[in-house]
Design a protein around this ligand. Structure first.
Ligand code: FUB
Length: 456
């Protein structure tokens, strides 16, 4: 971008954020490739995303994934890092697009990374007992070559279908029941049916038809637009229908996303570069309603500032479970996970801060330097407890946790985070050592808008 373009884009970005906008949906962290879902017996909408590093402006250094949930489309929870290259033995780089699925009582992440030593994309599968992860890698799907941009569609009869696509190609196959290999006899090359296809397939059903949406390139021309095709069966044949998200101001070179029906409304999640202030490949998740005409064609979406509603700005709180440790980018140093006190959230809480330096470190990833309200959930049944808190090695002292038999949240006021990775470390206090049982459940970092107008 030249200077003039950069300045006008910066002004455009500020206007976008200053309005009572809901786009971009997440304004505290760079996110891309959204995969939206509603899970059985759960009233939340879930969005799983890849993650762009602040200032990166390319996709080569992508390393991990996040997930978000909401019940009102305004207040969102960022559950933090749910899977990272470090947690995947077989991979070396390129944590690119992903999908998520609920299958036979477990939650799955279906993602792509480059295989170590070979450098080819593989489609990885990771599993969790809870939708917010963190997810444990199970290996990669056998039978999938060049497995970039996977999407797992579980049909109403429970049959799992995998779609994937890269570099102007798109393939699909039925998966075996363990999700770890394709049924070779079902493999199809969908490329000739999907005009302009480049990558990123996603399947949803509308009125009995299978809709395959995908980012594509008209001949020799970036950026990507979103196209779709329709079929009577998941593996096709697909009939090409056309473009439904054309070029728009502030878009990124890529586009990618999927649809979900939440509380009776159909929503398209995709990404743009609206948050980055001119870096077209440092992306952010967007959402707009998706509508169909009487013939069942998608009515083209024009990305809007209002997004899913213009009454309130979206606001996100990071909720980071202390017990997730290394799997979420943190560390548990000489402390234990316990479940003795009831009422904790997640899989347990952290206790046994017995010696100096015993600590828990929790990773918080954000896009830009900003202030956050710092809240901690804890229990301290034996009396008041004192702990030191360091954020990126800056010491915040005198964190006194009043006696509490049960878990409760305490608001410690405003802290500052830097762009990128922040480590929040909580350790036994040296200034006033505590005795007795202390349980640390989770921390919250709540977005603060300096200009109150923004929260109207
Ligand atoms: O986010 C990295 C890559 O960019 C994805 O895998 C592609 O679909 C494109 O969005």
């Amino acid at each position: 971008m030249n200077n003039k373009k950069t300045i006008s884009f910066l002004i455009f970005s500020l206007l976008v954020i200053a309005a009572y906008a809901q786009n971009p949906v997440f304004t505290h962290v760079f996110t891309a490739d959204p995969s939206p879902h509603v899970w059985p017996n759960d009233d939340r909408l879930w969005v799983y995303t890849s993650h762009d590093e602040p200032g990166s402006n390319n996709h080569y250094g992508m390393t991990g994934y996040h997930c978000f949930s909401t019940t009102d489309l305004v207040n969102w929870t960022d559950h933090g890092r749910i899977l990272h290259l470090e947690n995947v033995d077989w991979a070396e780089s390129h944590a690119w697009a992903l999908d998520a699925a609920y299958y036979r009582g477990k939650y799955y992440l279906i993602y792509c990374m480059k295989e170590a030593g070979i450098g080819l994309f593989r489609t990885g599968i990771a599993r969790s007992d809870v939708p917010e992860g963190p997810f444990t890698d199970l290996g990669y799907v056998k039978g999938v070559e060049f497995g970039q941009d996977p999407a797992l569609y579980i049909d109403e009869d429970g049959t799992p279908y995998l779609f994937w696509g890269h570099d102007r190609k798109c393939f699909a196959a039925e998966l075996n029941a363990d999700l770890m290999s394709i049924k070779p006899e079902t493999y199809v090359d969908l490329t000739p049916q999907l005009t302009h296809v480049f990558e990123g397939p996603w399947v949803h059903k509308y009125k009995g038809k299978y809709f395959l949406t995908y980012p594509g390139l008209t001949p020799r021309r970036w950026p990507e637009k979103m196209f779709y095709a329709v079929a009577d069966k998941p593996l096709g044949p697909y009939e090409f229908k056309g473009c439904f998200i054309d070029d728009f101001e502030g878009q990124s070179g890529t586009n990618h996303g999927g649809t979900v029906t939440y509380k009776g409304k159909d929503i398209m999640f995709y990404h743009s570069a609206w948050l980055s202030g001119g870096l077209s490949e440092t992306r952010c998740v967007m959402a707009d309603y998706i509508n169909y005409d009487e013939e069942g064609n998608i009515i083209p979406i024009v990305p809007s500032k209002a997004g899913l509603g213009n009454a309130k700005r979206t606001k996100t709180t990071l909720k980071l479970e202390a017990e997730n440790g290394f799997a979420a980018g943190g560390e548990l140093y000489n402390v234990n996970v316990d479940t003795w006190i009831e009422g904790y959230s997640g899989k347990g809480y952290i206790t046994n801060f017995d010696n100096p330096y015993d600590h828990v470190s929790i990773l918080a990833q954000v896009a830009k330097p900003a202030k956050y309200r710092f809240i901690v959930s804890y229990a301290s049944p034996d009396g008041d407890s004192n702990h030191d808190v360091l954020i990126n090695s800056r010491q915040y002292r005198e964190f006194k946790f009043p006696q509490s038999e049960t878990f409760r949240e305490i608001d410690f006021g405003i802290v500052e985070l830097k762009a990128g990775d922040n480590l929040v470390r909580i350790l036994r206090s040296n200034w006033k050592p505590s005795e007795g049982y202390f349980a640390l459940d989770y921390i919250k970092l709540e977005q603060v808008f300096e200009n109150e107008e923004l929260t109207k």
